[in-house]
Design a binder for this molecule. Structure first.
Ligand SMILES: Cc1ncc(COP(=O)(O)O)c(C=O)c1O
Length: 385
């Protein structure tokens, strides 16, 4: 009686099972997979955050498909600070980046239409695509002293049903940004084939060298949807506040905005207290960003210090985001290795095949792990190789 799209394999994988058994035994865990910023020991201005939620204006209902103007102004202000001009008329508030993806998929794709997604990348896309009846086709990223798009493979992967290319900027977990030459090539491919660029910029602010990467929000060279939100930028995933920006050639953009407006108006999903708090929540990003960058830099320096003392393992180049990829001896599958690290060392890591790495010998660890746990966890990991 259920839709075929929900025929997912819901059985836990072997690593999740091993983790559940380990936790149930009450053993201490050095968790190097943490991604929830509210549980990583960062300091938040609790009273400012809670006060922002008690604005009396929230007592009246002002439905607006794009979201309250004050909130969209705050989002436009975030881009203005980055020197990118974004009109508040092109911004749609959503409850999450995932919801923003679903609006985009629904705007661009009929059932069975295709979107290109990077590989490796974040595993969320498969479910989002299944739910929206979209077919994902992977385009490989190549690693050679840094990651880059394999444009030959990307063009080979395109079919008459391809509606767009997803770019995660910087990508999770590879931590690389799209480069200017790549953006120019994506623009030329997408504008020639009437495809859209869908840029996921949830980690845009987290360049590990402290530089400021360019956003796709002001891209004019091809139809572009830019997605971001507060879950990473301000470390507030529980507030469920994100956005989607339509950009690109003017006529295309006007049509896209009109269609998105109908989708957004159908749900009106973002609640008033959160919209009213958006200017404040965005303001919180400065203090959060400082803490994340300093922790990620210190963890990376500690990792490099440890890696320099041994020869078995190395790390891949990382430019931004919250993870780093380790190259380890491919003596077992990544999943077996992660289970062994858990059961013998009490260390939890992600096998890279969770992120569609095609060969064994890679593990992913979180750079926002509290520093003492990171140092102890990576020491045990490297000493067991
Ligand atoms: C690349 C990427 N995009 C989107 C998301 C989801 O963001 P949100 O919490 O806004 O749905 C994540 C979450 O980790 C992510 O890594």
């Amino acid at each position: 009686m259920f839709a075929k799209r929900t025929n997912w394999n819901l059985a836990p994988n072997r690593l999740s099972e091993a983790l559940a058994v380990y936790r149930a035994a009450g053993k201490p865990l050095l968790d190097l997979t943490v991604s929830n910023p509210t549980e990583c020991g960062f300091e938040y201005d609790g009273s400012a955050i809670l006060n922002a939620l008690s604005n009396p204006a929230a007592l009246s209902y002002e439905p607006n498909p794009k979201g309250l103007e004050s909130a969209r102004r705050a989002v436009a202000g975030y881009y203005a600070e980055r020197k990118d001009e974004v009109s508040i008329e092109d911004i749609f508030l959503t409850t999450s980046t995932s919801e923003a993806y679903s609006y985009v998929f629904r705007t661009l794709c009929d059932p069975g239409d295709e979107l290109l997604i990077p590989s490796p990348s974040y595993p969320l896309f498969d479910f989002l695509a299944d739910i929206q009846d979209v077919k994902l086709v992977r385009y490989p990223l190549l690693y050679d002293h840094g990651w880059q798009i394999d444009f030959h493979a990307l063009e080979q992967a395109m079919t008459p049903r391809t509606r767009g290319v997803i770019v995660v900027h910087p990508n999770n977990p590879t931590g690389h940004f799209a480069k200017q030459a790549e953006i120019a090539k994506l623009n030329s491919i997408c504008s020639a084939r009437e495809m859209a660029i869908i840029a996921d910029e949830v980690f845009l602010d987290f360049a590990l060298d402290g530089s400021r990467a360019a956003s796709f929000a002001a891209n004019r060279g091809a139809p572009t949807f830019t997605l971001s939100g507060l879950s990473k930028i301000s470390g507030l995933p529980q507030m469920k506040a994100a956005w989607l920006i339509a950009g690109g050639p003017q006529q295309w953009k006007s049509e896209a905005v009109a269609r998105l407006e109908v989708i957004a108006d159908t749900y009106l999903s973002v609640n008033a207290p959160v919209q009213l708090a958006m200017p404040n929540f965005l303001e919180q990003r400065h203090a959060f960003h400082k803490q994340v960058i300093s922790r990620a830099q210190r963890n990376l320096a500690e990792l490099d210090r440890q890696l320099a003392e041994q020869k078995a393992c190395a790390r891949l180049t990382v430019e931004g985001g919250w993870c780093v990829v380790l190259r380890v001896p491919a003596t077992h599958s990544d999943e077996d290795l992660a289970i062994e690290l858990l059961t013998t060392q009490g260390v939890s890591v992600h096998p890279a095949h969770f992120y569609e790495f095609t060969s064994d010998g890679y593990l992913v660890v979180s750079l926002i792990t509290p520093e003492r746990i990171f140092a102890e966890g990576t020491t045990r990991l490297l000493s067991s190789m």
